[in-house]
Design a protein around this ligand. Structure first.
Ligand SMILES: [Zn+2]
Length: 313
C-alpha cells in the first residue's frame, strides 16, 4: 500500500512538473526559433524623449491647467485622451506594459511589488536597442525607483537612484539634454510621480487645487524639456517626443478599471513631420513598438512577443 501510494504521488508530481514545463515553453515560444533583426541605417541618428507623468487624468488636460502641453495639440501630433490602461490599473503593470510592449498577463506584473515578473522573457524596448545598436546612449531618470530597480537598470546605460522629487528628476533630465551630463543621450525615459501623490493625498480631479497645481508645475517642466528638443531639432537632430501616463484616477485612488476617469489616460506624440495613425485606439503596449519602429529596429523576436503595434503611419 505504502509503495503504491508513493507511485501515485510521484506520477502526480511528474504530471504537475510536465504541466509547468509546457507552460514555460508556451510563455517563451517566441525565443525557440532563430530570430531576424534588421536595422534601417537611414534612422541611425533618430532620438526619442519619453516623458511619463504618473496619474494624469484625461479631463485635466486643459489650457488653463496644462497650457504648454495643451498647446502642443496644435502641432503635428497624435493625441489620445482615451488612451487605455491595462485592466490592472496599478502603476507597476502599466509602466511595465509601456516599457515592454506586452500586456500584464505576459510580463507578469500585477501590482507595485513587481514580484513574479517575466522581464527576462519580455524585456524593455531599451534591451532591444542596446543589444542591436553598439553606440546608442540610453537613460532612465525616474522619481519612482521600482521602475529602474526591477526593469530598466539592467537595460540602460544610465539609471537614476533615489531621485525623490520631480524637481530633481527635471533638473537631471534638463542637465543631461543640455550639457550631455553624464553623456549625450539618444533615448531617454523620464518619470514624474508627484501628480499621482497629489491625487492620493488630495484627490484626482481638476477641481482639486493641489492636483491642478502639481500638473501645472509638470507642464512647466515639460515645456522646458521640449524647448531643448526643439533646439536640437534646429541643429539637425531627428527627435520624436512622447508624453504618456500610466493611469488616471478618481477620488483618492485608481483601482477600478470600469471607471472611465481611471482607465482613460493621456498619450501624446509629437514630431515635426511624421504621420501618425490618427484613428488608432491606443493602449500601453503600443508605445514600445512605436519606439522601435522610429529607431529603425525590426526584431522578429520582439514582433513575436509584442501585444501592441506602432502608431507611426
Ligand atoms: Zn498611484
Amino acid at each position: 500500500m505504502q509503495v503504491k501510494h508513493k507511485s501515485i504521488y510521484f506520477t502526480l508530481l511528474f504530471y504537475l512538473l510536465l504541466n509547468n514545463c509546457s507552460k514555460d515553453i508556451y510563455i517563451d515560444e517566441c525565443s525557440t526559433y532563430d530570430h531576424l533583426t534588421t536595422i534601417d541605417t537611414l534612422k541611425l541618428n533618430n532620438k526619442i524623449l519619453i516623458l511619463g507623468i504618473d496619474g494624469f487624468r484625461s479631463d485635466a488636460f486643459q489650457p488653463n491647467i496644462t497650457p504648454f502641453i495643451h498647446s502642443l495639440s496644435n502641432k503635428n501630433t497624435f493625441l489620445n485622451l482615451m488612451h487605455k490602461t491595462e485592466e490592472d490599473t496599478y502603476s507597476g503593470p502599466n509602466w511595465s506594459s509601456i516599457l515592454t510592449g506586452v500586456n500584464f498577463q505576459k510580463h507578469g506584473v500585477d501590482d507595485n511589488t513587481f514580484n513574479g515578473n517575466f522581464f527576462k522573457t519580455y524585456p524593455s524596448f531599451f534591451y532591444y536597442l542596446e543589444r542591436n545598436f553598439q553606440n546608442i546612449n540610453t537613460a532612465s531618470i525616474v522619481n519612482w525607483d521600482p521602475i529602474n530597480e526591477n526593469l530598466l537598470s539592467s537595460d540602460v546605460d544610465f539609471f537614476s537612484e533615489n531621485m525623490s522629487t520631480d524637481s530633481l528628476v527635471f533638473q537631471f533630465a534638463n542637465d543631461m539634454l543640455l550639457n550631455e551630463n553624464p553623456f549625450n543621450a539618444d533615448v531617454i525615459f523620464v518619470h514624474f510621480d508627484e501628480l499621482d501623490a497629489a491625487g492620493h493625498a488630495y484627490g484626482f480631479s481638476k477641481e482639486i487645487f493641489e492636483y491642478r497645481e502639481t500638473l501645472s508645475t509638470l507642464d512647466y517642466y515639460v515645456n522646458n524639456l521640449y524647448n531643448i528638443i526643439q533646439n536640437k531639432r534646429a541643429a539637425g537632430e531627428n527627435w520624436l517626443f512622447i508624453l504618456v501616463s500610466d493611469h488616471g484616477g478618481d477620488g483618492f485612488g485608481h483601482g477600478d478599471y470600469n471607471n472611465p476617469h481611471i482607465r482613460n489616460t493621456v498619450l501624446l506624440l509629437e514630431h515635426p513631420n511624421m504621420s501618425f495613425k490618427q484613428d488608432k485606439k491606443t493602449n500601453q503596449t503600443d508605445i514600445a513598438p512605436t519606439i522601435l519602429e522610429f529607431m529603425g529596429l525590426s526584431s522578429s523576436e520582439f514582433d513575436c512577443k509584442k501585444d501592441g503595434s506602432s502608431i507611426l503611419k
